[in-house]
Design a protein around this ligand. Structure first.
Ligand code: SAH
Ligand code: SF4
Ligand code: F3S
Length: 482
């Protein structure tokens, strides 16, 4: 999982725009520079924005100086993430001015959750911004760009998620020729849980699920285009539900059984789940489906019942433990991952120790942890027992130390194991390629680039800080993750 709130390396898939050549051929070639912050859904959305810009004559560039259009796809989850946008806009202003001196245009768009949360405020604070566009409106990007080019500042933050999903499906009906081996697929967007610390229900709106038909079609097209692994995305992905072709209401578990029938799709994952929505069928899918990777990101946030109640998480510490027991019973080899917030208002030393003790008891393969950040418009921001920054920092360091030990222990437990690795790209060193283990660990191997896009058996020899190092074990069949 990408670290939420930090910039992620967006893999702008240039190949996806190549199928729409009919309209673009006649147009002046233009370049778009896209910077993506936040969660995987933003990565998926950035790719979809690139897709809709293809027929308008845009190709992507990694170089902002060359860009006719810059889009920042932003995250509002913590104060730091949101403020990054304004410092970046300061830097972009200088590039825009330099281009203007050369007589070249540069349009600036702000998309994503800061766009949704702050709307017009963005162009007030940063007048260089031409276009503010919320996550539900990306399909309208070409039309809005035209308006902005005519000199009108555009702010589009309507919640019309059905229109967005419809557009995504029309897009999927025209599959690209070739895609990267691992891809995201949004199945659900928005959140109705209203945890008291979180902006997502306000920036992404109410929970909406895409239909079974839309999802299956998009997944089939992806498989045809060379995708071997799909990660289903949703802010509350295990809350996904939809009417199946059999007329019954399906949950995520049932959907995974259906997707596992698709030829060529070797691996399925999903994120992010809420403990309240882990139903029996989904847990069963972890037991039954070879294609469903043995990895689960299941945020608990805190190990203290009083903090969980005050966060409005709607589950207790004990319920979380019981859930983990059921999951491990179904899939003993599963790697669990988590999110934690330290220093939520009112968190005492004892509450924090309850979290530490939950971590010791569950034993995670990895986890993300954050200092609580007061977010405008959320109930937590108004609570009067806010925790000192110094205390938050000390607790975060202590928690991260424990998680790092558990992660190292989990990685070390893979030494001498042989399992399937899906190779995705070249490594940093010549002759090296990098892939992912079934447990989402990066694995580096000296092997030919020709293996990128395939799953190969690999034996792990040693571990580094974040990666595993291994060697190919040709002829080892039927190992996990293959
Ligand atoms: N929908 C997902 C993820 C939401 S955001 C879920 O329910 O888990 C990802 C993570 O950011 C959260 O799990 C939480 O740990 C963290 N986060 C959200 N709001 C935060 C805040 N105000 N301060 C610090 N961390 C926060
Ligand atoms: Fe935010 Fe809670 Fe919804 Fe997750 S479940 S997106 S943390 S409100
Ligand atoms: Fe950030 Fe929005 Fe994702 S706030 S975490 S980009 S849903």
């Amino acid at each position: 999982m990408a670290v939420v709130g930090e910039p992620v390396e967006a893999t702008l898939d240039n190949t996806t725009s190549k199928t729409d050549t009919s309209a673009s051929a006649a147009l002046q070639p233009k370049k778009v520079f896209m910077r993506t912050y936040g969660c995987q859904m933003n990565v998926y959305d950035s790719d979809r924005m690139t897709d809709v810009l293809g027929p308008e004559g845009f190709t992507t560039t990694e170089n902002m100086e060359d860009a006719d259009l810059v889009i920042l796809n932003t995250c509002h989850i913590r104060e730091k993430a949101a403020e990054k946008v304004y410092s970046e806009l300061g830097r972009i202003r200088k590039v825009k001015e330099e281009r203007a001196r050369q007589g070249k245009e540069m349009m600036i768009g702000v998309a994503g959750c800061v766009a949704q949360a702050e709307g017009e405020e963005i162009s007030r604070r940063a007048p260089i911004v031409d276009l503010v566009i919320g996550p539900q409106s990306y399909h309208q990007l070409p039309k809005l760009l035209k308006t902005a080019r005519d000199g009108t500042k555009v702010v589009e933050t309507e919640f019309d998620i059905d229109a967005k999903f419809k557009h995504l499906s029309e897009r999927a009906a025209r599959p690209p020729l070739k895609r990267a081996p691992s891809a995201f697929l949004t199945v659900q967007e928005g959140c109705d849980k209203f945890c008291t610390f979180c902006v997502v229900p306000y920036t992404r709106g109410a929970e909406v699920s895409r239909s079974v038909e839309q999802i299956v079609t998009e997944a089939e097209q992806m498989a045809v285009a060379g995708v071997r692994e799909i990660t289903l995305l949703g802010q509350n992905v295990n809350g996904w539900h939809g009417a199946g072709p059999d007329g019954n209401s399906w949950g995520l578990g049932r959907l995974l059984y259906r997707l596992s029938e698709i030829d060529g799709l070797d691996r399925l994952r999903y994120t992010t789940s809420h403990p309240r929505d882990m139903d029996d069928e989904l847990i069963q899918a972890h037991r039954d489906l070879k294609t469903l990777m043995p990895y689960l990101h299941l945020p608990v946030q805190s190990g203290s019942d009083s903090i969980l109640a005050s966060m409005n998480r709607k589950h207790t510490r004990d319920e979380y433990f019981r859930l983990i027991d059921r999951i491990r019973e179904a899939a003993p080899d599963i790697a669990l991952s988590c999110d934690f917030i330290v220093g939520f208002p009112g968190e005492t030393d004892q509450d924090f120790q309850d979290t530490m003790n939950l971590i010791r008891r569950v034993e995670f393969g990895s986890a993300f942890s954050f200092k609580y950040s007061q977010r405008p418009g959320t109930p937590g921001a108004l609570m009067d027992n806010q925790v000192d920054e110094d205390i938050k920092s000390a607790r975060l360091a202590e928690l991260q130390e424990l998680v790092a030990q558990q992660q190292t222990a989990f990685n070390a437990s893979r030494i001498n194991m042989t399992f399937g690795v899906l190779f995705e790209r070249k490594g940093r060193m010549p002759g090296q390629i990098v892939g992912k283990s079934p447990w989402l660990q990066p694995v580096q191997v000296d092997a030919s680039e020709d293996l990128i896009g395939t799953i190969q058996p690999v034996e792990i020899l040693e571990i580094g800080r974040n990666s595993l190092f291994g060697q190919l074990k040709p002829g080892h069949h039927d190992v996990v993750g293959q």
